[in-house]
Design a protein around this ligand. Sequence first.
Ligand code: NDP
Length: 288
Amino acid sequence: MTARIIDGKAVAADIRQQVAAEVAAFQAQSGITPHLAAVLVGEDPASAVYVRNKQNACSKAGFKSTLHRLPAETTQDDLLKLVRELNADREVHGILVQLPLPKHIHEQAVLDTVTPLKDVDCFHAENVGLMVQGRPRFLPCTPHGVQQLLLASGTEVAGAHAVVLGRSEIVGKPMSMMLVQRGAAANATVTICHSRTRDLAQLVRQADIVIAAIGQPKFVTADMIKPGAVVIDVGINRVGEELVGDVDYEAVKEVASAITPVPGGVGPMTIAMLLKNTLTAARIQSGN
Ligand code: NDP
């Protein structure tokens, strides 16, 4: 069997088009242009590319976007001051602090300072709590993007055994929580694996849906995949000049029924879902 390729680029383009239409309608009705403020500290080239991509996507969808670029030696106090200014700025609806931050800055302290109503990454404890309780204000962008890919590919998630590799606050943990909720692309039975998991390969072999988010190039091999499973690869790893996922794509696609490529799978979805959250933030703040 050769797997169907789940085309994240195409699904993301559809969602972005839909968001652009909603932005135009919102603007016509309220006179408000949704505005995302991004904060980039330091010179990490990958982070600069991510922020630029997010800003380009914003402009194309009719959002206003501004970038606050700070030098690597910015103090935590100065960064917190900027975040508080953005919190108070009525013209700004969403705040994105690009991670990672330089080592001398306590990331959690910064993320905790973003006001929950503008927390379009859904990293604040209040928003995570609402999501876990099944009454989300925002959904975290990458896991939400994965769910949209499961929907778009017609994957039967309800009742399926989903194995999530990784338990980070950004991907693995919220992903698991979202899959176990009631609702669309959910109602799964979920196993979460991490670096301390015993017999990991054995667990992955039982999965109907595998979601790999560990940051280990080609870690998931064909012998770990149950024939016909759906495989979603969140990983982005630079190996030499090449970008590869956490899944050994060429081999696994011969066993799986559907699979996402890297690049062109989950990555574009993360940006599309960020746009959705920014529009939601503008709606909430305008009382709409
Ligand atoms: P983190 O490094 O924060 O977390 C990695 C998780 O994987 C941890 O829970 C860790 O376990 C687990 N892990 C690491 N090695 C192993 C192993 N050998 N066996 C089992 N578990 C392991 O990474 P992120 O969640 O932020 O990102 C994961 C990947 O996804 C990265 O490649 C990243 O670049 C990519 N990514 C892609 C995005 C996209 O838009 N496509 C967005 C965000 C991330 P433990 O907790 O025990 O240490």
